[in-house]
Ligand binder design. Structure first.
Ligand SMILES: NC(=O)c1ccc[n+]([C@@H]2O[C@H](COP(=O)([O-])OP(=O)(O)OC[C@H]3O[C@@H](n4cnc5c(N)ncnc54)[C@H](OP(=O)(O)O)[C@@H]3O)[C@@H](O)[C@H]2O)c1
Length: 313
């Protein structure tokens, strides 16, 4: 079968399409024919060897949707190693059923980033009606979903984006205000009448984290859920007191989907929002599986919007 392998840590150039043997499922696993693979920033971390996923040599990736060979059932997954492939051997507990009427492409596009956006607005900081929140990289995969879910909870969203095209998308997702990154904390204070936001949702990290703390209202929550620009500098705990008794969380989807029940409950809630027409999943680009390298180059160069998919067929 065709799979995308990385034999050493490094940049997008270490990703190589290769013919490899089909995986053999062991007890508790299913052999799944992959119909769509989800590209996520975690794949970049995995490729770079930032303590994520598999160590090289390995097939990269974690998310996808397809058909169980034995039963014909359509399923999706967010945490199955070696997902950049035509076939995966997946733990049964890691699979969620895809409802009729939802395509495999949409399921693969929505699951990982959608469940992330979902726990961010319901658990990391449960947004209340009228709350101001700041969503960084709002035209990205997580960002567009997060903006829509924040609005569904009655929040008011200030979004950051880097280009005019991305700001139009963020507005389309419901953002009340869209700003650039330069001096964003001061701008957030102006827009919120000096008060600051209840929560900052930050998947960027190094270049935004410390300034983001200055955008929070007293007792506000900094939710650092990713590090697309690198890990932030260390934060002295004592600085949180004079800044307004702030909270900081570093969450991961794995915690919020750590049992099959938690995974399936959150996936069902997400799929229902999509099927009810309340949540729009934007597929920004599709690439043949063999062109995974181009997808990574585009993602890291900030050229992408919404979700990137790799198609094995
Ligand atoms: N903790 C969790 O559970 C969890 C789960 C899923 C994803 N995540 C995190 O969520 C974040 C977003 O992931 P995603 O897959 O949806 O990616 P994405 O948001 O589609 O892409 C990253 C975006 O970040 C912005 N960015 C700002 N500075 C950047 C830099 N130096 N390098 C690259 N991008 C930069 C860019 O948007 P602009 O050009 O508009 O700035 C870029 O498009 C990542 O940090 C990821 O690790 C966390």
């Amino acid at each position: 079968m065709l799979a995308v392998v990385f034999e050493r840590k490094g940049g997008p150039e270490v990703l190589e399409p290769k013919e490899v043997p089909e995986p053999s499922p062991v007890e508790g696993q299913e052999l799944v024919r992959v119909e769509a693979v989800g590209v996520n920033y975690r794949d970049v971390y995995e490729r770079e060897g930032r303590s994520y996923g598999s160590a090289p040599p390995a097939i990269i990736g974690a998310e996808g949707a397809g058909v169980i060979e034995r039963t014909g059932e359509r399923v999706a997954w967010s945490h199955v190693p070696a997902s950049y492939a035509q076939w995966v051997a997946a733990d049964r507990d890691a699979l969620v059923r895809v409802p009729d009427g939802l395509s495999s492409e949409l399921a693969a596009a929505a699951l990982l980033q959608g469940m992330t956006a979902h726990y961010l607005v319901t658990d990391s900081y449960p947004i209340e009606h009228g709350d101001w929140v700041l969503v960084h990289a709002a035209a990205g995969g997580v960002g567009l979903l997060l903006t829509q879910l924040a609005k569904l909870r009655g929040g008011r969203v200030i979004a950051t984006t880097s280009t005019e095209e991305k700001s139009v998308l963020a507005r389309g997702a419901g953002a009340d205000e869209v700003i650039g990154y330069d001096g964003f904390a001061a701008r957030v204070r102006e827009l919120t009448g000096g008060e600051g936001v209840a929560a900052v949702y930050d998947g960027i990290g190094k270049t935004t984290f410390l300034e983001g703390l200055r955008a929070l209202r007293p007792t506000g929550r900094m939710i650092l859920y990713g590090a697309a620009s690198g890990q932030p500098d260390p934060l002295p705990f004592a600085s949180l007191a004079p800044a307004g008794s702030l909270y900081v969380q570093r969450p991961t989807l794995q915690t919020y989907t750590r049992t099959p029940e938690l995974l399936r409950t959150r996936a069902s809630a997400l799929f229902a929002l999509i099927q009810d027409g309340k949540l729009d999943v934007r597929i920004g680009a599709r690439y043949p599986l063999a062109e995974a390298r181009a997808a990574h180059e585009d993602l890291e160069a900030r050229r992408t919007t919404g979700k990137l998919l790799l198609l094995p067929a």
